[in-house]
Design a protein around this ligand. Structure first.
Ligand code: SPV
Ligand code: MG
Length: 286
C-alpha cells in the first residue's frame, strides 16, 4: 500500500492527549517526525522558505507552499497542519487558498493576523497587524470556502509579537473564535512562558489553544497539558538540527580528506532505502 491513509487533524485533536506537532520542510523530515511519535506535522513557512535559502517573508507563492505541504502529506500517515501565513493576500486569496489546500488533501490550515506581505515573527519588533474585523472576515471567508465539515482552520494572533498585551490577544482570539475559527494560536517570542500562561488563564475555552514554544523551550509537555494547551508545535527544531548536522558532516569530510570519520554518525544507505520504502516499491516490478 504505497499511498498513505491518514486521519484528519480534527480527528487527531479529538483524542484525549495534547497533540504534539513537529515542523518540517520536506517529506523526509515529516516522516522522521512521524517515526519519533509526533501526531501531526507543521508545514512551516519558516522551514520551507529556509530550505530555499530565502527569508520567511511572503516571497514564495501560495503554490510553492501548497506543493511543499502536499508533498509532506503524501508521505505521511498523520495529518499536516499547513502554515499558510496571512492567507497569501486578502479574502479572495484566502478562499482560493482553502480550495487549493483542501483539494490537495490538507485537513488543517493556519492563518495569522499580520499584514501581507508578512515577515517572520522573530524579525524585529512591533510588527503591524491587520484590524481585528478584517482578520475575522478572513476567518469567516476561510470557513465558508471549505467543502468538508472536517476541514480545520486555526486563527493565529500575532498580538504579542506586535508588542500588544495579553488582554488584546485574548480579545482578538475571542473575535476569531466567534468568526468560526476551529482553534486559536497564541504566538510569543518572550524568553519565558509567562505571557502564554497568562493568555491560557484568561482564555474561556471556547476553542482549543495552540502554542509554538520556540523561545521558551523548557516548558514540559505535562505542564503545558496542565495549563490548558491543546496543541504544541515544535516549529523549527528539525530544520535547525539539520543545519547543525549537515554543517558538521560536510566540514569534517572536507577537512579530513576522506569520509571515514563521519561513517559512524550518519545514517546508513540501508536506512535511506527504508525511508524510501524501497522494498515495497520493488514488489511492483514483475
Ligand atoms: C513557522 O514555523 O513558519 C512559524 C512559526 O510560523 S515562527 O517561525 O515562529 O513564526
Ligand atoms: Mg510561518
Amino acid at each position: 500500500m504505497l499511498r498513505n491513509k491518514y486521519p484528519s487533524f480534527r480527528t487527531v485533536l479529538a483524542g484525549p492527549e495534547i497533540v504534539r506537532v513537529a515542523g518540517a520542510h520536506h517529506a523526509l523530515s515529516g516522516v522522521l517526525a512521524q517515526e519519533a511519535g509526533f501526531q501531526a506535522v507543521w508545514s512551516s513557512s519558516f522551514e520551507v522558505s529556509a530550505a530555499r535559502c530565502l527569508p520567511d517573508a511572503s516571497l514564495l507563492s501560495m503554490t510553492e507552499y501548497l506543493t511543499a505541504a502536499a508533498n509532506i502529506q503524501k508521505a505521511l500517515g498523520i495529518p499536516v497542519v499547513a502554515d499558510c501565513d496571512t492567507g497569501y493576500g486578502d479574502n479572495l486569496n484566502v478562499a482560493h487558498m482553502v480550495h487549493e489546500f483542501e483539494g490537495m488533501g490538507i485537513t488543517a490550515v493556519c492563518i495569522e493576523d499580520k499584514l501581507f506581505p508578512k515577515m517572520n515573527s522573530f524579525v524585529g519588533d512591533g510588527q503591524a497587524l491587520l484590524s481585528v474585523d478584517a482578520f475575522a472576515s478572513k476567518i469567516e471567508t476561510a470557513k465558508n470556502a471549505q467543502s468538508s465539515a472536517d476541514f480545520f482552520v486555526i486563527a493565529r494572533t500575532e498580538a504579542l509579537i506586535g508588542g500588544l498585551d495579553v488582554d488584546t490577544a485574548l480579545e482578538r482570539c475571542r473575535v476569531y473564535a466567534d468568526a468560526g475559527a476551529d482553534a486559536v494560536l497564541i504566538h510569543s517570542k518572550a524568553r519565558t512562558k509567562d505571557q502564554v500562561v497568562a493568555f491560557l488563564e484568561g482564555w474561556d475555552g471556547r476553542v482549543p489553544v495552540v502554542i509554538v514554544p520556540t523561545t521558551y523551550p523548557a516548558w514540559h509537555i505535562d505542564e503545558m497539558r496542565h495549563a490548558g494547551v491543546s496543541v504544541v508545535i515544535y516549529a523549527n527544531q528539525g530544520l535547525r538540527a539539520s543545519v547543525s548536522s549537515l554543517r558538521g558532516t560536510y566540514r569534517s569530510i572536507y577537512q579530513a580528506g576522506d569520509s571515514t570519520g563521519v561513517e559512524e554518525s550518519i545514517a546508513s544507505v540501508g536506512e535511506i532505502f527504508d525511508l524510501q520504502r524501497l522494498a515495497e516499491w520493488q514488489k511492483l516490478s514483475a
